[in-house]
Design a protein around this ligand. Structure first.
Ligand SMILES: [Zn+2]
Length: 297
């Protein structure tokens, strides 16, 4: 957008102001670029990380995506100062105190995600409580809900229904007031001052991965076709996405109950993309730990 190109500093100042005000409400934020991606690139992108679990900021530098997120105004200012091209901010999901869950209702022409959510609500007997709603430049809506502290809601795309994405642990929502290449994100009228409402229990159940015991079909060696798909996903990683892809695939594998038997295949695949076996095992262990927190079935 011409305005942003001509006045990038104003866009950054505005984004910072919105980010600070979100942080005041207890929401941890990171600067985003016009592409909605974290504005700061990984400090490890050109150098292989030392063996062990991937760095999530332990090195003390910025550039670890959602792991940089903070509610501390001084740190937020420092993040934005390091990213003067930022025009928006992301709000980390799944973190205390709100344990934010984002329900992202897409408006692609071939899906009616709003109708799909209504149908789910009727079938599973829940109502979406009045809560913060953010309107996206493409006509979509983000519903902000909160989760219980002892539950890790995974990110998912289209799992609940076509056109409905869930932003959970490790994910982020583009904050209202952000400017992207497609336009501005804004709270829906009358929702800006609401407190994010608790996610209804029956909706929460739908957001969690099924308990392992209910997926006997996937218990075969190397996780069947699903497992092979995850291994392929890791093999196709370019440098720079190796750890991310491995972590993602390992999370899916553990969610679906095939983590343990797929581990060796995932390690092999990761080694072929250039990670060391030790790095790969560290990443898979993190994924296992992250998906281990689930409520009793
Ligand atoms: Zn680091």
């Amino acid at each position: 957008m011409a305005t942003t190109d001509r006045y990038p500093r104003q866009a950054t100042t505005l984004a910072l102001a919105h980010a600070l005000s979100a942080a005041e409400r207890g929401l941890a934020v990171i600067p985003l670029s016009r592409t909605k991606l974290p504005a700061l690139r990984s400090p490890h992108r050109d150098t292989p990380e030392p063996a062990g679990p991937p760095c999530h900021g332990e090195c003390g530098r910025f550039g670890h995506g959602v792991y940089d997120a903070s509610t501390d105004p001084a740190r937020i200012r420092a993040l934005f100062a390091a990213a003067p091209w930022a025009t928006g901010y992301g709000i980390a999901c799944g973190l205390p105190p709100h344990h934010l869950i984002g329900v992202d209702l897409d408006t692609k022409s071939d899906t009616d995600s709003t109708a799909a959510l209504r149908e789910l609500a009727l079938r599973h007997l829940f109502t979406i409580p009045p809560t913060v709603v953010v309107l996206t430049p493409s006509g979509g809506r983000h519903l902000w809900l909160t989760g219980p502290p002892d539950v890790v809601v995974p990110n998912s795309a289209g799992r609940l229904a076509p056109g409905i994405d869930i932003r959970g642990a490790g994910g982020y929502l583009v904050g209202p007031g952000s400017r992207t290449a497609h336009g501005v994100y804004a709270t829906a009228p009358g929702t800006a001052h609401l407190t994010p409402a608790p996610c209804p229990r029956s909706l929460l159940r739908l957001l969690l991965p099924p308990p392992r015991s209910s997926r006997p079909g996937l218990g075969s060696a190397a996780g069947g076709a699903h497992g092979r798909g995850l291994v392929q996903f890791v093999l196709a990683a370019h440098e720079g996405q190796r750890n991310t892809r491995l972590f993602w695939a390992a999370c899916r594998a553990y969610e679906d109950g095939i983590g343990p038997e797929l581990t060796e295949d995932l390690v092999d695949a990761a080694v072929r993309t250039g990670l060391t076996a030790r790095e790969a095992r560290g990443t898979i262990t993190s994924a296992a730990r992250m998906t281990a927190h689930r409520p009793e079935p």
